[in-house]
Design a protein around this ligand. Structure first.
Ligand code: TEU
Length: 540
């Protein structure tokens, strides 16, 4: 009999590993200093060698670039920075030929203020496009229609004349929010999805999914009683009216229905909410997204000391808490970060980043891997004069600049790290030759070698790919769990402390893989874990 925790016939997105590419920074083939689709295509050998099953690309559509592609001015085309629609088709077919799927980023909450729809909406109430956005009459001197706040700092409203009114922008003023209560908007997005799915794209990561369908009455968000003077002003409100409404779930179901018109596609939602609320986007009947992204590890050390937060206890609580709230039949997922969060190697340091990689790639649920983390790439230091772009979030909420996590992928020890023939659009994170694919590929002790080995082991070990999860008793500083599958069980022991720890592996188990370079591939499990060592045990 099949264990209820093991999918009988796992889909590609359940078995697989998803690799996120930030297209600005992966590889530049055109020689303008910015990454592009032809660049990504030229690196498919690498993706295949690394062993990933799918690529999620951050937005590649035409965009003024105020929010680096998350401000879209045409949903059915490719930005000339990145290439053409033909380049996209070419990338897709080349990926498919290597058995790698392609997931696009769908950004339905807002457009660019230069999108023709928004320009038309400014003509006034008589224009049908007016009701595509959230306009309200009012006095230009204020106050705005309600107290909602922008993720990029300040009020979420701006007055504009013409048409003489306030419009809602949950992010930058250059990103006006669409009105998802308007059926014409929803029909348009259904059509956009069909456009891409019809071209063969394998699915979408839907940007700020939980912001769709805000309170139709635009009621104020309540004040957060825990907020104190000196804290980030954005955290002053509990975002109960501006996000996460019941209507939003209905609209997500509609998107899912469109997706399901096509065979074997996936819909993943960006839902930056605590797990107990995020999992609601699986849908009551599992009829919303296949997976709302699980940000529990990305946010584990939010506002606290990462080295304290990443304790065995801290992580066990996160993992068990998430497993406990996951609806029956829903498939989990994990990520360490994405293009919005500080990089894992900067948060934890190189040693613990190896442990975090072993954690991510041995937990139950689809891992999403952020490009460059496989090298242990740190956040880049970006002097203002060297950046050719700004992050509006960094401007509006100092300390939350995201450019440092979006630096060019270092491929070689040659000029510009082989990313581009010219000066890249952002400085490299490191000038250390050891921080390149070229060097790490050859080094058996490198982070890249470890990540590739973890992926390879996960792919050929059913217990790791789709097995059940169970926490195991262990000493206080060690996180231990078992992944079970009829094909064979696996144990994972992760030592999160700077001391040696005894561990008792089950009978007949040997070390399949260790994060510790000095264990040297020995199959003898030994009786202690080295500081910050993680091991995967199985029948050898
Ligand atoms: O992110 C939304 C979001 O939640 C982020 O603003 C996040 O809270 C913050 O960056 C954490 O520091 C999505 C995209 O991932 C982001 O890149 C876009 O800027 C944003 O939507 C608007 O489209």
């Amino acid at each position: 009999m099949n264990d209820p925790g093991i999918p009988a016939d796992p889909a590609w997105w359940q078995r697989g590993i998803i690799y996120q590419i930030y297209p600005w920074s992966f590889a530049d083939a055109s020689g303008d200093g910015i990454g592009d689709l032809a660049g990504i295509r030229s690196r498919i050998d690498y993706l295949s060698w690394l062993g990933v099953d799918a690529v999620w690309m951050s937005p590649i559509y035409p965009s003024p670039g105020v929010d680096l592609g998350y401000d879209i001015s045409d949903y059915r085309s490719v930005d000339p920075r990145f290439g053409t629609l033909e380049d996209l088709d070419d990338l897709l077919s080349t990926l498919h030929a290597r058995n790698i799927r392609l997931i696009l980023d769908l950004v339905p909450n807002h457009t660019s203020d230069r999108h023709p729809w928004f320009l038309e909406s400014r003509r006034g109430v008589d224009d049908p496009r007016h009701a595509w956005y959230v306009w309200r009459d009012g006095d230009p001197a204020g106050p705005p229609p309600n107290n909602w706040l922008s993720y990029f700092g300040g009020p979420a409203w701006r007055y504009l004349d013409p048409p003489g009114g306030w419009y809602l922008h949950s992010f930058d003023p250059a990103q006006p929010d669409l009105d998802w209560h308007n059926p014409a908007v929803r029909a348009e997005f259904a059509d956009i999805m069909r456009f891409w799915l019809g071209r063969g794209v394998d699915g979408f990561r839907v940007d700020v999914l939980w912001l769709l369908g805000k309170d139709p009455e635009l009621r104020d968000d309540p004040l957060d009683a825990d907020w104190r003077e000196g804290m980030d002003p954005f955290l002053r409100l509990r975002r109960e009216s501006s996000e996460g409404t019941p209507e939003g779930h209905v609209y997500v179901q509609e998107l899912r229905t469109v997706l399901d018109e096509f065979h074997d596609r996936v819909m993943i939602g960006e839902v930056v909410l605590p797990p107990e609320r995020a999992v609601a986007y699986h849908g009551a009947q599992l009829d919303e997204v296949h997976m709302p992204h699980n940000f529990a590890l990305a946010r584990l050390d939010d506002g606290t000391d990462p080295l304290e937060a990443w304790s065995a206890d801290g992580i066990r609580t996160i993992v068990e808490g998430y497993e406990a709230v996951l609806p029956p039949g829903a498939w989990p997922n994990w990520l360490l970060g994405d293009h919005d969060f500080p990089r894992i190697a900067t948060r934890l340091g190189p040693e613990r980043a190896r442990l975090a990689a072993m954690l991510l790639l041995t937990l139950r649920g689809t891992p999403t891997w952020y490009y460059g983390d496989e090298l242990g790439l740190p956040d880049a230091h970006i002097p203002a004069e060297l950046a050719t772009a700004v992050d509006p979030q960094g401007v509006g909420r100092p300390g939350l600049d995201r450019l440092p996590v979006r630096s060019p992928m270092p491929w070689t020890t040659g000029p510009n790290a082989g990313f581009s023939d010219v000066e890249p659009w952002l400085p490299l994170a490191s000038d250390d030759p050891a921080m390149t694919v070229e060097r790490q590929r050859e080094d058996p002790d490198s982070m890249l070698t470890l990540v590739r080995s973890l992926i390879e082991l996960r792919r050929r070990t059913p217990a790791l790919a789709v097995g059940t999860y169970r926490s195991m008793p262990s000493s206080r500083d060690v996180l231990a769990y078992e992944r079970s599958h009829p094909a064979g069980d696996v144990e994972v022991h992760l030592n999160f402390e700077d001391g040696r720890h005894p561990f008792r592996p089950g009978e007949d188990l040997g070390v399949l893989l260790s994060t510790d370079r000095s264990r040297g591939g020995s199959s003898d499990p030994g009786s202690t874990l080295a500081p910050f060592e993680g091991v995967i045990l199985g029948r050898v």
